[in-house]
Design a binder for this molecule. Sequence first.
Ligand SMILES: Cc1cc2nc3c(=O)[nH]c(=O)nc-3n(C[C@H](O)[C@H](O)[C@H](O)COP(=O)(O)O)c2cc1C
Length: 316
Amino acid sequence: MNKITKLFGIDYPIIQGGMVWVSGGKLAAAVSRAGGLGLIGAGSMQPELLQRHITKAQSLTSRPIGVNIPLLYEKAHEQIDMALSLGIKIFFTSAGSPKKYTSYLKDHGATVVHVISTPEHAINCEEAGVDAVVAEGFEAGGHNGRDEITTLTLIPQARSAIKIPLIAAGGIADGKSILAALSLGADGVQMGTRFLMTRESSAHENFKSLLLQSTASSTMTLMKSTIPVRLFNNKFAREIMQIEQSFHGDNLKQKLNEHLGKFRARHGMLEGDLENGELEVGQSVSLIKNILSVEDVFKELLHDYQEAYKKLSQSL
Ligand SMILES: Cc1cc2nc3c(=O)[nH]c(=O)nc-3n(C[C@H](O)[C@H](O)[C@H](O)COP(=O)(O)O)c2cc1C
């Protein structure tokens, strides 16, 4: 048992990151059933929809399930209260200050984890009283840090900055990278892209098929001056790039808002519009060659981890 399995009461220190439009109750329950920790991504859900996903997950497993709440959404407080009322005890907060809800959640008996992208933010989390930190490197899919710190350099720095348990994220998609993250000082890993590419994720089939054809250069980060996001290089991404080259200051913000404010992420990831939709995905996409069930992903991860561990110890 390590610090993360103990903290959450799970078998393996492997967490499925909350992902807008992709990680509903079905995916989270499958990950928790397999012995990891599944998170429902509340960022794309109205509180009523979140309620349905939590209830569904609870009907599929009695193992611990968590919820990811991006704090920039105006309904974050409602989502938190909804999840608490349904007995959720594990909250991963992101995209905001850890000071905002940690005391409130802890007063309600919850375990709180916050996502950060710099060692300084890790220290803020410890001071705010969170139970663990997810340190997410720049390789990660979805929104990421402005400072572009990669997982390989972020994890050791976050490890020396804080004493509380540390979860590594960004670019981790197989057993070898889990081993690498643990050897850098992490107590567990959070993976997004690998779980997006499973049968149980609610990503559209078009999106999953597109990802199987990706190469190392298929993703890019855009909107670095506002909210940086790593996504698939498609027509939508190239339009955003064009806007970023043509406008500045408030004009840029306005143009970006106009372009984004059309449910692009929903159209892309959930409804499968591969040209005009926003397709968030991490760099590890090019390492993933199959769409498996979550159960088979876990078998593959554990086998790969053990093989890599054996090989490493023999080479010394
Ligand atoms: C499609 C997608 C949506 C995501 N949405 C969220 C989100 O709503 N909240 C959040 O904290 N992180 C979000 N993330 C980040 C993941 O939770 C996770 O930390 C990240 O994917 C890890 O990096 P990886 O993609 O290299 O595995 C998202 C990632 C992806 C790929």
